[in-house]
Design a protein around this ligand. Structure first.
Ligand SMILES: Cc1cc2nc3c(=O)[nH]c(=O)nc-3n(C[C@H](O)[C@H](O)[C@H](O)COP(=O)(O)OP(=O)(O)OC[C@H]3O[C@@H](n4cnc5c(N)ncnc54)[C@H](O)[C@@H]3O)c2cc1C
Length: 387
């Protein structure tokens, strides 16, 4: 019998759940999961739920129909629908109206459900997998927290947590999420936000009736801003300005976005923010490169950064430490991280996967696809080569 192994998975999102689903563990092995929402393992940041008192609960939608998500999701949705329908109808009645045609035909694969509901599905699958591992004699530990460093000493990995606690493991899978939005100078302040996520309460506190919200960039985060504003201020006219310097099929393909744009409630402006100064509440100064590369300055009341990663690679302290140690390789041409076959890093025993990995972002045909089942498939085989 081989020596007992201890596997640690850092991160608690969909990619960490993909690592869990293919983890090779035998009776007597140990498994430690580390993340801020580890008891909802699989939901992570993008499929997270909000508190029931928040008007924007269940507002954010999947970016593709349920039938194109992980296999089994649409069937699970159909089975759970008697319980889910009243919950969604109370939180976001507009969603249910939008799906009425698909629902009347029982076509649960044809519409896009709230992301938090998908997160619930992933979390349930993970807890079933954990229960099976425990039944098979694997010792499972869940740690609520953040890892700040990963190092190697005495043939073991040492994971340092923000609390100062150190966890020792023989193998480590790291899945702490993709890079943050590109920053534009002093772009955070009382009415300037570096992202929508986890800032919803702060935005709801400062947004004044009649203010136009400016989205700095045209990533899919804009759709969440749109749903957030509609959910948080259902009786007010939504007024959104989107700085856009490129084609974004995800925005153009969204029927609600198109409808609001046609109605003049969403205004698109050709431009790219190059500098943002959050001067004071209600005064956010922007310098924008617009048509024919002319730059202009303007002041807006409230801005939310929705640029996506852009030409920077902003990663958390754990990942920057792994890059500094030479365990992860930066791909400067793509502003991404390169990993080897089966997501191996340059340190034996450590794997890394996230939206920051070059091979996940660019398939040979140039299509960006990041479905969890594809990730799992990639873990089991060799990664698909970058074009
Ligand atoms: C706006 C937006 C919408 C998207 N919508 C969809 C969609 O509808 N459908 C789709 O297929 N894909 C979507 N994606 C792609 C999505 O990013 C991936 O499919 C996937 O959800 C990413 O999962 P993840 O586990 O890498 O990241 P995350 O969901 O970010 O999870 C990472 C988790 O790790 C935790 N963590 C971070 N640092 C540490 C640390 N140091 N220690 C411990 N834990 C840590 C984080 O708190 C987080 O909970 C979307 C992406 C964006 C940007």
């Amino acid at each position: 019998m081989g020596a007992r192994q201890h596997l640690a998975i850092i991160g608690d999102g969909a990619v960490a759940a993909a690592f869990l689903s293919v983890a090779r563990l035998v009776p007597g092995d140990r498994l430690t999961l580390i993340g801020p929402n580890v008891h909802r393992f699989g939901a992570g940041r993008f499929y997270a739920d909000h508190d029931a008192r928040h008007l924007w609960r269940l507002a954010y939608m999947l970016d593709r129909p349920n039938g194109e998500m992980t296999e089994g999701f649409a069937d699970w949705l159909a089975a759970e629908w008697p319980v889910l329908l009243p919950e969604i109808a109370v939180a976001q009645p507009l969603h249910v109206r939008r799906w009425s045609e698909a629902l009347s035909e029982g076509a649960f694969g044809d519409f896009a459900a709230p992301r938090a509901i998908y997160g619930r599905y992933l979390a349930r699958r993970s807890s079933e997998r954990l229960a099976k591992l425990v039944e098979d004699g694997v010792q499972v530990q869940l740690i609520t927290g953040l890892a700040t460093d990963l190092s190697r000493a005495d043939d073991q990995f040492r994971i340092t947590l923000a609390s100062g606690e150190v966890i020792k493991a023989d193998r480590v899978d790291v899945a702490t999420g993709g890079p943050a939005n590109q920053r534009f100078g002093v772009d955070a302040g009382p009415t300037a936000f570096t992202t929508l996520y986890d800032n919803e309460e702060a935005i709801a506190r400062v947004l004044k009736p009649g203010w136009e919200v400016t989205c700095l960039g045209a990533s899919t985060e804009v759709l969440d801003v749109m749903h957030f504003l509609r959910a948080a201020w259902p009786t007010q006219e939504l007024r959104l300005r989107v700085l856009r310097d490129r084609a974004t099929p995800a925005l153009d393909g969204d029927p609600e976005y198109r409808r609001l744009r046609a109605a003049g409630r969403i205004v698109e402006e050709v431009g790219r923010p190059i500098w943002v100064y959050a001067e004071s509440a209600g005064n956010v100064r922007l310098r924008i490169t617009g048509k024919e590369c002319q730059s202009q300055e303007k002041t807006v009341p409230l801005a939310i950064n929705t640029a996506g990663p852009g030409d920077q690679l902003l990663v958390d302290i754990l990942i920057s430490g792994m890059i500094a140690k030479g365990w992860l390789k930066l791909n400067s041409a793509q502003n991404r991280i390169d990993v080897g076959a089966r997501f191996a890093t340059d340190m034996d025993g450590v794997r890394y996967a996230s939206d920051a990995v070059a091979i996940l972002n660019r398939r040979p045909e140039g299509v960006v696809r990041q479905r969890v089942e594809e990730l799992v498939g990639s873990f089991e085989g060799d990664p698909i080569e970058t074009a």
